[in-house]
Ligand binder design. Sequence first.
Ligand code: PEP
Length: 248
Amino acid sequence: MKKILVGNWKMNLVSLEAESFFASMPINREITIGIAAPATLLRGLRDHADRLGILLGAQNMHENKAGPYTGEISAAHLLDAGADFVILGHSERRVLFHETNDQVEKKVESAVVEGLSFVLCVGETREQDEEGVGDEVVTHQIRSALSSLTEPNLKGAMVAYEPVWAIGAGQPATADQIEEKHQLIRDELIKLFGEEGKNVPILYGGSVNADNLEEILQIPNVDGALVGGASLDPQTFNEMIEITGESS
Ligand code: PEP
């Protein structure tokens, strides 16, 4: 499997900044690159993404296809705007917008029905880690979010392990912590989907930058990285593309 590098721009960058970012990005076919941009930028970035051969993603969606949900955007809208994938269950959605496992499950189901790939984010909070329930939390998040899926519609599914306490913290989880949780996730995927569970990429996210990426990519069951803050600077992100390419 090619290594994967996904940038999550969150609520940052407007169209001129995004276009100049894409203009500076190198073409690299050795790895899979994705950028999850604000939904308003997707249509304008589609041609650039095609030229670069990268995936374009959104950061959230509503679980229903259409209806009276003022201000919301569905999988159908994201596809229409040019998205290839969507990030689902990001901890900022879970914590700041009180998104539940049930909602995440419905979003996953809706993305799959519409044919939109997804990155499912899972991870424990600092308190859960200290209480010793981190494994339980992550296992439950995986099981509930993927409960509606069967092997054939796993194509396009990715999981990102993002310990909430490591996001934006400047300090990622340790190699041992990452290895342990990625193994747990891999085991759970195999329990759910048999052999096919081996092919679902598992990304690590949480304070990944150009200095620690190489080491993180060497950890067993780490198929790539989901990068927040460090994905906003084109020079840094381009350096991370190079590092990911060299680790492939
Ligand atoms: C994220 O929010 O998905 C993330 C990984 O953020 P950061 O890299 O800034 O920790």
